[in-house]
Design a protein around this ligand. Structure first.
Ligand SMILES: Nc1nc2c(ncn2[C@@H]2O[C@H](COP(=O)(O)OP(=O)(O)OP(=O)(O)O)[C@@H](O)[C@H]2O)c(=O)[nH]1
Ligand SMILES: [Mg+2]
Length: 421
């Protein structure tokens, strides 16, 4: 990565970061942090990795390694150091004193991206809450969006003397934000229960950021959710319906996951992440063109978040997206490595029919065949049946309409009085 120093665009970038990481496993990679920085508008000019059993509790790196980082900063003209782990406030202070440039950690970078990408009122409240909690823990001043002030991420807020007042203000603000978020959540709860009343099957897209969830959402439902080649493009949930074999399904697209998603964000985005928890079925989307190593890492990252939010046991369909970027041989290899995966391309539409059929099949398993007799005097029940069952076979008889269909087991009780034997 240090070759990029000669790139004139990198030289011109306002912020040029030296990335640092402690490697405890022997296979650390800074590619994800690099992507995060790119999304935050920061160029990367090099990296220093130290192999040790754990980070130094005071300075993250050992003394000798810090000298090396200093050299690298001088050589490359870096004006910022970005650490791949969340730093304890003490580590951050000591690193800054030793290196004489601002030091930011992975969490600060992710928070900055979220702040930039939040559009809805709820998203903005959630991000502000996460930022305040992060800053309160490290005794910083109140958050200001530093990039927008032209100072860039990693620059300090108000001076230390302000901090006590700021901390009190921050706590008040956190309490106010929590109240407002609860209010927004209640509204969302109303919409959600309305959706649940409609008893349409609920499907949620989940997976690593940039896997193509929103593109897939658009391809399946004809929605026009914004798509972008950057991390955490989508923050707000969107729900749309799609139809297959005359049954309607509700599909929800929401915030993507990443390795070590900061807990402040998981906490603040609880309401958003709930959309995934409440679904009947999860479409776990992975970028199939990323290479086997990345695929495994991204699957593990998604698993970790799904477990953390309590959706670990949900039925799932594993979707390998972007297969238009693979040749025949690579597709065959992917089939061997992930036999359960459905290979699709949200861009070309390939495999989408198989995905719809697999979705139907997943719901079929939770349904049973019934024969109902709907008296002519209860015509409105037919409409209700259509809503719940989708496809129905009907035959007019002397006493009413004889209906053969499949019903979700959970909805059976609503039609118990009509069962024909
Ligand atoms: N070649 C190819 N590119 C795709 C495909 N699906 C998505 N992409 C591209 O991948 C990038 C990310 O797509 P998004 O749909 O925004 O990804 P996402 O999972 O919603 O990402 P976040 O909202 O950031 O979590 C965009 O540049 C898309 O054009 C696909 O099937 N094939
Ligand atoms: Mg998206």
């Amino acid at each position: 990565m240090s070759e990029s120093v000669d790139n004139s665009k990198t030289r011109r970038a306002k912020q040029r970061a030296m990335m640092i990481a402690v490697d405890t496993t022997g296979d650390a990679s800074l590619s994800e942090l690099g992507e995060l920085l790119r999304t935050a508008g920061v160029a990367t000019v090099g990296e220093v990795i130290q192999r040790r059993s754990e980070p130094d509790p005071d300075r993250y790196f050992g003394h000798g390694k810090l000298d090396e980082v200093k050299e690298e900063i001088k050589r490359t003209g870096a004006n910022l150091v970005a650490c791949d782990d969340e730093l304890a406030p003490r580590q951050e202070r000591n690193l800054e004193a030793a290196l004489e440039v601002p030091v930011i950690d992975r969490t600060a970078v992710i928070l900055d991206i979220f702040a930039d990408h939040a559009h809805s009122a709820e998203g903005k409240l959630q991000v502000e809450l996460a930022q305040l909690e992060y800053n309160l823990a490290r005794m910083r001043g109140l958050w200001t969006h530093l990039e927008r002030l032209g100072a860039g991420i990693g620059t300090r807020g108000p001076g230390e003397s302000q901090i006590e007042t700021d901390r009190r203000l921050a706590r008040d603000r956190i309490a106010a934000l929590r109240r407002r978020l609860r209010h927004v959540e209640q509204n969302r709860g109303v919409m959600r229960s309305r959706r649940q009343d409609s008893s349409l099957p609920q499907v949620a897209l989940a997976g690593y950021t940039n896997a193509g969830k929103s593109t897939l959402m658009n391809a399946l439902t004809g929605a026009d959710v914004s798509v972008g080649n950057r991390l955490f493009h989508t923050l707000d949930p969107t729900t749309r319906a799609f139809e297959y074999e005359s049954r309607r399904y509700l599909l929800t697209d929401t915030v993507g996951f990443i390795e070590k998603l900061p807990h402040q964000l998981v906490e603040a985005f609880k309401a958003t992440l709930e959309e995934t928890v409440l679904a009947d079925l999860i479409l776990h989307v992975v970028d199939g063109s990323a290479g086997e190593e990345r695929i495994e890492a991204e699957m593990a990252a998604a698993d970790a978040v799904l477990n953390e939010i309590g959706a670990g046991d949900k039925p799932r369909i594993f979707v390998l997206n972007k297969i238009d970027l693979l040749d025949e041989e690579e597709r065959a290899e992917a089939r061997i490595a992930h036999p359960e995966a459905i290979q699709v391309s949200a861009v070309t539409g390939e495999g989408l029919e198989t995905l719809r059929a697999a979705t139907e099949k997943a719901f079929e398993e939770t349904m049973a065949a019934v024969e109902l007799l709907v008296p002519y005097s209860e015509g409105s029940r037919l409409h209700e049946l259509h809503e719940v069952a989708g496809k129905v076979d009907r035959e007019d008889g002397p006493e009413g309409v004889l209906v053969r269909t499949r019903l979700p087991l959970g909805e059976m009780h609503r039609f118990a009085d009509l069962v024909h034997d």
